[in-house]
Design a protein. Sequence first.
Length: 221
Amino acid sequence: MQETKALIVSPHPDDLEIGMGGTACLLLEKGIDVVSVVVTDGRRSANPLGVSQEELVRTREREVRESSEILGVEISLLGFSDMESDSNKREFSSRIGEIITNLRPNEIYLPHPEIDKHRTHRTVSRLTIDCLNAAIKEIPFECECWFYEVWTPFPSYDRIEDITSFADRKRRAIEAHRSQTAYKDYTDGIMGLNRYRGAFHDTADGFAPLWAEVFIKHDSG
Ligand SMILES: [Zn+2]
């Protein structure tokens, strides 16, 4: 059987943890090869302690390394300052295009390119999808693309994952991002959303997880 490979793209150092920290653990437990790419260094994020940008970048790197260790995910930090300038967008497209071509993942996970309210998330996702389409055209391979839930709750979804066994690890991974939770403690907000997803899932099929993460499938048309 062909090895399954998943590429998870995090625009900021804490997006994977928030949107799919539990599912990342689940993929690893299934023996799926998970590659996680963190696009920006988080220098533009909340800075509640008022440290220099350089210090914030170092702090966020320490935090994401700690949270990834909690989840067991290997990360690659691309270190972009932001995704605003055309040159950064071009450079990111080239880097992510290269990663996709080399890895040929069976699954890619991204924030939603339209529903997510954070502009950097939408930009990163749109550029990644463009690069995926170009790569598939060049070297045909099968790849499903899934959107995970970060800044904006989804009105509906195509997939639900039971993350009950990993809820504690997910919580600890989010809490590792202390510089961000010091500004706004979103841990309970995210875990609450995951409880909501489990509690309000249509149980007609008898599937009733305590904690769950949901995904929208990208229709490549
Ligand atoms: Zn983010």
